[in-house]
Design a binder for this molecule. Structure first.
Ligand code: SAM
Length: 465
């Protein structure tokens, strides 16, 4: 199926007109909210009506529902990850990204395998187990072989009790053959942000390079699925186009993947444009404020209940705190967005992709999450146990995920506390684990979990979560 068929410009315009016409139709708004309560999602015609609706009471209902749906499917767990920038060489012309080819004064850097090792050891020493690789598009400097070599290096590093157990990859749209190679290398999720679903704007925002091709970019997830990658991550870079247009496009993309492959996206990210080397976000006139941002997060949560939602350190602590309660299930912590940023004490900025708003350490982020009542998780078991794609979604839909994810979250948090946490974080975490253990309903699960907790404490690590 062609991009312009599953992301139909006309259908989006009609959807937006329908939403605008019905935004004060509170009977319809109630009907849509009631449908969302069934926890089977909303389609691209329904959810935009809620996005257009400005009734404060309805908005509060939506927020409460988003919070409840998140708890029903994901419990209080929040999964942690960090981005790892391998290379900022890039031949594209993305007008919002400082790595664009015409930026001649930004330092260009590509990690050697020795530097990959140094970066990964630094990340392991923070406590990270899950990475998202970020790489510019440049077939000469960053060919697929280089990316595969880096993945291989990352998985092979054994340092103290550390290990990177899941490598997600965010690289430019590529061929089915390359996706097959990434799958064979053992990647977790393939992430590719659409940036914008609006074709005309897309072409203006990507004036040069392979990324200019809207259809090739938009059909990338289809090729990834064809190449055997069944966990894919979508995202829109909010600020480039009108958010209502993007929201409808995003839901149409989800519907397309569900219809054709029987499984929707594994994750959805919600980045907003940030200041960067030669990028001034105020130039982009479609920026959204924190209120609209929160509304979008809540509406994605009730529209696509089983999909994980990611928020990065582009957002500050306050914004992250707000949206954590509205449906976010994964966050990054202790991130550096420069190439080779982790191996230095001081955060290098010469190759940075964008300003990091939340600059706290991973330990501080973990402590904060627990203080807010969340259970930080470093679990990566699903992917290694083959629970990807539709198998993961089935588990999630039947709420079975609670029985494996929750104990695994506790066990991986315990590993973090024993191996990497500060004293204050450790004390808080031990208390949390004690409470969570008592809350496990099934006696057998509780006993097994208690056994593993003891093993971790006594240094017996003959297992991986
Ligand atoms: N080269 C790959 C590609 O084309 O998809 C990797 C992407 S890049 C390292 C990751 C994402 O960062 C981009 O898809 C874009 O949405 C986002 N990004 C780029 N510039 C940004 C900025 N100034 N502020 C916030 N996010 C930005």
């Amino acid at each position: 199926m062609k991009a312009e068929e599953f992301i139909s410009h006309e259908e989006i315009l009609e959807t937006l007109a329908y939403a605008e016409k019905n935004k004060n139709n509170l009977v319809l708004v109630d009907e849509i909210i009631d449908k969302a309560r069934l926890r089977k999602g909303l389609n691209h015609r329904e959810a935009p009506v809620l996005l257009a609706c400005e009734d404060e009471n309805k908005l509060q209902e939506i927020y409460a529902l988003a919070k409840q749906i998140k708890l029903d499917f994901y419990g209080n767990r929040i999964v942690l990850f960090a981005p790892l920038y391998l290379s900022n060489y890039c031949i594209n012309g993305c007008t919002y990204c400082p790595y664009h080819a015409k930026n001649k004064h930004i330092a260009r850097k590509k990690l050697t395998q020795e530097e990959v090792v140094a970066e990964v050891i630094a990340l392991q020493d923070m406590g990270h187990k899950r990475l998202a690789l970020e790489i510019g598009e440049d077939p000469v400097n960053n060919p697929i072989e280089y990316i595969l070599e880096c993945i291989n290096t990352i998985y092979s590093i054994k340092h103290k009790n550390g290990a990177i157990r899941r490598v997600n990859v965010n690289i430019a749209a590529t061929t089915v053959e390359d996706y097959r190679k990434l799958k064979a290398a053992g990647i977790g999720t393939y992430i590719l942000f659409q940036e914008t679903y609006h074709k005309e704007s897309y072409e203006q925002l990507h004036p040069i390079g392979p990324k200019h091709n809207y259809a090739y970019h938009t059909e990338a997830m289809d090729r990834a699925m064809e190449g055997g990658i069944d966990d894919v991550g979508l995202g829109v870079l909010f600020g480039l186009e009108r958010y209502k247009y993007e929201f409808a496009g995003l839901l149409m993309h989800v519907e397309h993947l569900e219809a054709v492959y029987g499984v929707g996206p594994h994750t959805i990210s919600v980045p907003r444009i940030k200041r960067a080397d030669d990028i001034d976000p105020s130039v982009f006139t479609n920026g959204i404020d924190d209120e609209v941002f929160a509304k979008i997060v809540a509406l994605i949560r009730i529209s696509v209940p089983y999909t994980g939602m990611i928020i990065s350190t582009r957002e500050n602590q306050q914004v992250r705190e707000r949206v954590l309660h509205l449906g976010i299930s994964q966050i990054s912590g202790g991130s550096r967005t420069s190439v080779g940023g982790y191996m230095y004490e001081e955060r290098p900025t010469d190759t940075e992709q964008f300003d990091v708003s939340d600059q706290r350490t991973l330990d501080e982020v973990i402590k904060w999450l627990m203080q807010l009542g969340f259970l930080p998780s470093f679990c990566t078991a699903c992917y290694r146990k083959g629970r990807t794609g539709d198998r993961f979604m089935e588990l999630c839909k039947s709420k079975q995920i609670q029985n494996c994810c929750h104990p695994n979250a506790m066990l991986t948090l315990k590993e973090f506390l024993v191996d990497y946490a500060s004293e204050e974080t450790r004390i808080l975490g031990e208390k949390l684990i004690e409470t969570e253990l008592l809350n496990i309903q099934k006696e057998k699960v509780r006993q097994v979990c208690a056994g593993y907790l003891k093993k971790i404490e006594t240094g017996m690590r003959d297992f991986r979560f």
